[in-house]
Write a protein that binds this ligand. Structure first.
Ligand SMILES: NC(=O)c1ccc[n+]([C@@H]2O[C@H](COP(=O)([O-])OP(=O)(O)OC[C@H]3O[C@@H](n4cnc5c(N)ncnc54)[C@H](OP(=O)(O)O)[C@@H]3O)[C@@H](O)[C@H]2O)c1
Length: 163
């Protein structure tokens, strides 16, 4: 998984991101490049297009939903199967679950690594990431960064592996 999370677990509100941190966009791009990405239909709507260099796999219950250049599936198992087939075909070392809240929750049991950007501020939100159980998740790396622009939050790039 890859996710950016506020201090209070916030990840989104009204289907939008809560902050604009260019360095986190860059980190997202570098970390996901070349790897198949699984996302919920709402997250796809908020991004609005498939991102270049990575297969976008969208989960929806809507049998009529489609979008040029996007692989559409109707359950998580099919998403995982499509993602692992693509990873094998393209020699990608992992598949990425990129949200949102519903998909993170359902995919958690299948996940063995989380690229977790801590955003050091709290936000009003309607989408949250679950608190990580430290008995299960071990922090394996951390990079702390101070905001480069006044008024923007500090942030940390943390990686958790399942023990
Ligand atoms: N901070 C971050 O790193 C980050 C990352 C990603 C997203 N976000 C935020 O998260 C929010 C969106 O999250 P969300 O929970 O509302 O939506 P979501 O998880 O992106 O998408 C939910 C949709 O996925 C489909 N879906 C979910 N489970 C399914 C299943 N088992 N089988 C088939 N389809 C299924 C349904 O689509 P249909 O309704 O089409 O059937 C459902 O409405 C936004 O605010 C976004 O900005 C934040």
């Amino acid at each position: 998984m890859i996710v950016a999370v506020g201090e209070n677990g916030a990840i989104g509100k009204e289907n939008k991101m809560l902050w604009h941190i260019p360095e986190d966009f860059k980190y997202f791009k570098e970390t996901t490049m070349g790897k198949p990405m699984i996302m919920g239909r709402k997250t796809f709507d908020s991004i609005g297009r498939p991102l270049p260099g990575r297969l976008t796999i969208v989960i929806t219950r809507d049998e009529n939903w489609s979008y040029d250049g996007v692989k559409v599936v109707h359950d998580l198992d099919s998403a995982l199967a499509a993602a692992f087939a693509e990873a094998e075909a393209k020699n990608a070392e992992e598949v990425m679950v990129v949200g949102g809240a519903q998909i993170y929750q359902q995919a958690m049991e299948h996940t063995d690594r989380i690229y977790y950007t801590e955003v050091h501020q709290s936000y009003e939100c309607d989408a949250r990431f679950p608190a990580l159980d430290k008995a299960i998740w071990q922090e394996v790396s951390r990079e702390d960064h101070q905001a480069k622009i006044d008024g923007k939050p500090d942030y940390s790039f943390v990686v958790f592996d399942k023990k």
